[in-house]
Write a protein that binds this ligand. Structure first.
Ligand code: HEC
Ligand code: HEC
Length: 269
């Protein structure tokens, strides 16, 4: 005990304590923090590496060896972001099979893990819209009424009032939105596939997007009420008009014939 207290007063004691403290913090830092960062980094570059391989096999014939695109077969993917890849491959549009007015949806050709790798590779080519997280697409607190307003002013011109879809010019069409996952809806708005305009957060905020998703889920769920009577396929004025013409006009003609038949009888007697 005496020895220790004697050493404590040694001129170098403070220095030794300082060095020990530094070594301890340095050691702790080396043991804990950077390893995670390094692990994340290597995982990310592994995903990019794998994605690059998948890309050169399945996509480069149209989009070019490094995603730069080719005039005839496919657009450049530099800067389209992971969200565009997740949407296009996740809904079975990509890989496209043949040229046409609009690439149709097919069976999804990759697992979600592979899609994530492809997306990581494309995202590494240039910054673009990022695949949304689960929280970003959650509609727990969303306003269905506001979503309906936004949908009617921004989307109904192409997709119809309840998202049942419709034809566009030159053989293109806006698809029926029934059964599309919340994530893919969000990504469609972010990236604007094909003829669809994109709605970045400056046009429709994250909350706006969630409201629209909540509206679409509500009107397309099986038990959504149809307060006006039969929903008639929710196609709006076209089927309603047809219904009016066939049944309404049919009934009027029937009444006219009935009236005519009865007036002639009345004259004879
Ligand atoms: C047969 C040719 C072909 C193949 C193969 C193909 N694509 Fe495409 N890709 C296209 C065409 C054409 C378009 C434009 C589609 C459109 O406008 O409808 C496109 C569009 C895209 C877009 C949207 C770009 C944007 O601006 O939003 C992405 C993302 C994409 N492709 C990713 C891929 C990935 C990933 C693969 C491989 C799994 C792939 N494509 C395979 C032809 C192809
Ligand atoms: C100018 C017409 C137009 C407008 C406006 C428009 N869309 Fe689209 N939308 C399209 C077309 C065309 C496609 C199909 C793209 C393709 O096949 O590559 C599409 C695709 C989609 C898809 C993907 C559907 C699927 O089956 O995978 C969703 C979701 C979607 N739109 C939602 C919206 C929402 C929400 C809005 C409003 C914020 C909107 N769209 C506005 C034309 C439009």
């Amino acid at each position: 005990m005496k020895k220790l207290s004697a050493r404590r007063r040694h001129p170098l004691a403070a220095l030794v304590v300082l060095l020990l403290a530094l070594a301890a913090t340095g050691g702790l830092y080396a043991a804990l923090a950077p390893q995670k960062a390094v692990a994340d980094d290597t995982q990310q570059s592994l995903a990019i590496e794998e994605g690059k391989k998948l890309f050169s096999v399945g996509c480069s014939s149209c989009h070019g060896m490094s995603g730069q695109g080719s005039k005839a077969d496919g657009p450049s993917l530099v800067g389209v972001g992971s969200a565009a890849v997740d949407f296009q491959v996740g809904t079975g549009r990509m890989p496209a099979q043949q040229p046409g007015a609009q690439v149709p949806q097919k069976k999804v050709a990759y697992t979600q893990a592979e899609i994530d790798q492809l997306a990581a590779y494309i995202a590494s080519l240039g910054p673009g819209p990022v695949t949304p997280s689960k929280d970003q697409v959650s509609t727990t607190d969303a306003s269905i009424a506001n979503g309906g307003d936004l949908f009617r002013s921004n989307c109904a011109s192409c997709h119809n009032y309840q998202g049942k879809g419709g034809a566009l010019t030159n053989g293109k069409y806006a698809p029926d939105l029934t059964g599309v996952s919340a994530k893919h809806m969000y990504e469609a708005m972010l990236t604007g596939p094909q003829n669809m305009p994109s709605f970045p957060d400056s046009t429709l905020t994250e909350d706006n997007k969630r409201d629209i998703i909540a509206y679409l889920k509500e009107v397309n769920s099986d038990d959504s009420p149809s307060p006006g009577g039969f929903s008639l396929g929710s196609l709006g004025p076209v089927t309603e008009g047809l219904f009016g013409w066939i049944f309404g006009l049919g009934a009027l003609i029937f009444v006219a014939i009935w009236v005519a038949a009865h007036t002639t009888k009345a004259k004879k007697s």
